[in-house]
Design a protein around this ligand. Sequence first.
Ligand code: SAH
Ligand code: SF4
Length: 360
Amino acid sequence: MATPGKIDIKSLQLSDIETRVQEFHEPLYRARQLAEWLYQKRARSFDEMTDLPKQFRVRLAQEFSFGQIEIVRVLGSRDTTRKFLFRLSDASLIESVLIPASPALYGSRSDRRTICASTQVGCAYGCKFCASGLEGFSRNLQPNEIVDQIIAVARETGEKIDNIVFMGMGEPLANFENVMRAIRIINAPWGIGTGARHITLSTSGLAPQIRKLADEPLQVRLAISLHGSTDAVRNQIMPINRRYNLETLVAACDYYVKQKKQRLTFEYILIATVNDTPDQARELGRIARRLGAKVNLIPYNTVHGLPWSRPSPEQQRQFLSILRASGIPATLRREKGHDIDAACGQLRLQTKRELETATL
Ligand code: SAH
Ligand code: SF4
């Protein structure tokens, strides 16, 4: 259980652990031993760390909490997209999705796995098409709750996870410090050990935080959820655009690209009659060219209770070909999780609704 007032052991950097180990008059190497138990052996309690002296373990348990995230529901199966619903220590629900890069069709297994992790409980940004925003914002996730999604999925599935994208529930750049702390643990050789270039943050367009991220030394990747290439369209579906309009967002992206010398990705959900016109495609092409960005087109995943739908396959291909004709590297994602409601926030919403109905 997480204990109020205590910091969780999986929110600490190695240097913090080393400081505490020395305060406990233990040899410095105990810090790495502890980190190995946490991140390689994926221990669930201090008691499991049998090669640490008993008295040291007692001391650790007195000083730190050791939060658990409990898997309450899994949808999907091996070689397809799998979705995990977690209950946190305070009973909040969050979700993660595990996606095979190329789902193998005839029995052989895909060898690359991407986890899509959450960064907040709910989301305050209220994009009109998104399930995560529907019930508003509850709270930020702590670093250990972010790291634990990866540990729990790896432990549950036995899979090696090579890619991490923060495209689950929540706006990662609105929980900047905790997300950065989690990423340092995920990236560190003493932690989970995932290369920075295999970690992607996705933002709906928090311009000042994009600039702040540009000044961070870590070479993580950045995806921008654009979903509209004019202010008129973005204003209609993404309230954030009224705070940071396209010009402000593009200027922040420009700064990011110059600082990081890295290619950005624009995520663009295709929503029928809202943002799928040839004009939007041409305008998107202009913005992407100016920034040297690539574009990921994602057919909209219907959300129960929302009026939006995806364009026809023909319309999707036409949008793609306009982009390609203007020289933009663009892909049209086949929505792997359509059958299990893979878009962010949906499993949580569905479960909450079922629980509410069950208790009526
Ligand atoms: N808040 C961040 C990260 C989480 S959302 C952001 O907005 O970028 C991750 C991605 O899922 C975003 O690109 C978001 O727009 C997209 N998304 C949300 N609802 C969706 C839906 N119903 N179908 C397809 N993609 C969706
Ligand atoms: Fe929040 Fe992203 Fe969903 Fe918008 S798309 S409501 S920013 S999670």
